[in-house]
Write a protein that binds this ligand. Sequence first.
Ligand SMILES: Nc1ncnc2c1ncn2[C@@H]1O[C@H](COP(=O)(O)OP(=O)(O)OP(=O)(O)O)[C@@H](O)[C@H]1O
Ligand SMILES: [Mg+2]
Length: 391
Amino acid sequence: MSGLAYCFGWVLATTRCNDPPCKLDCSCSVHNNALCCKRLHDTGRTEFMDGFIANTQRSLHENLAVEAQGLVKHFATNRAVEGVDLAVPTGAIYGVLGPNGAGKTTTIRMLATLLRPDAGFARIFGHDVVREPQVVRQLIGVTGQYASVDETLSAMENLVLFGRLLGFSHADARRKAQDLLEEFDLMDAAKRPLKKFSGGMRRRLDLAASLIAQPPLIFLDEPTTGLDPRTRSQMWDTIRRLVKTGSTVLLTTQYLDEADQLADRVAVIDRGKVIAEGTVDELKASVGTSSLHLRVENSEDILKVCQLVQRTLRVEASFSANTGKITAPMAKADRVTDLLIALRQEGVALAEVSVQKPTLDEVFLTITGHGVEDGDTTPETDLIEVGGVKA
Ligand SMILES: Nc1ncnc2c1ncn2[C@@H]1O[C@H](COP(=O)(O)OP(=O)(O)OP(=O)(O)O)[C@@H](O)[C@H]1O
Ligand SMILES: [Mg+2]
């Protein structure tokens, strides 16, 4: 039996030790955990076993790049993170989604050993962030929400500096810098000081810097905030490539379509708590299989349309003042015909109508009662109550 398998057997046996006959390989006649363990102590095997147990426990976590339970961080009276649980499988792109101030950056800072949790624990590939910060730091790369590159140096100089700090020889650091500048489409600007860079170029360089030694786990805090659509899609390709070449990525975003495009699984976080977790499709399914979107020609018709939706489709309709749209979950897309006939009979003129898969925006609205853009606004500011129907 290999050491690991033996250890597994031993751990399982320990948990069954109270049921006679004793399964521990210690020849003891007393079926009691503590006594059996003491006997193992006496025979000088405990250290050996402790090592095995630690490795086994670690191996149990090895398929998780990140495991966090009950993480808490308060800043004076500000309850920034209020008991966050996360389980990020190795090799995944995992999205942490939430509005401004939800606690995303604070969570990442605790996972990346930059901030000590007030409570709870977190392990990176089985290594505790508080007890083994040095090991954890060798396994991660962090690209923060704000670029951490040096303004006075050129792009090439910045990357070479990071490479040297990571222990690369000058030649290797230059070679790596050159590769990354090409990958991130920054060759033309390689010798320009950063103060002449656009925001998007800075973010690309910042990400490039965290990839010099491509670590097994990469934290990206809002990697595409402020990027134009073309650069954003380039960044998405880079993130996908990172995962294809063996890394795990945990990214935070306020962009629901970004999580939709990239993430295998998503945790939705609001006011310091995970309020939903699953694949993007699972989250979308929580608001119905299809989603109806209507825009009326005449704003006086909004109320009437919401009531008609409720009467015809037997579901709650929501009106968002931000988008000017009435939306409703639908179990069957073909029920829309009944609604259109009813609207025609009531003389309601529609500017737009569509039935589509629910967006993550709708998921967020359904789960939190407020839109992702609304941040701290209460539901009442965006939703009007219409006779039991949120409209
Ligand atoms: N160092 C700090 N001192 C005091 N309060 C802090 C500190 N860092 C964060 N906070 C507060 O904790 C809460 C969560 O902040 P955090 O930066 O984690 O949110 P976020 O989800 O990353 O938001 P954003 O989308 O704006 O980046 C906010 O209310 C913020 O003001
Ligand atoms: Mg943040």
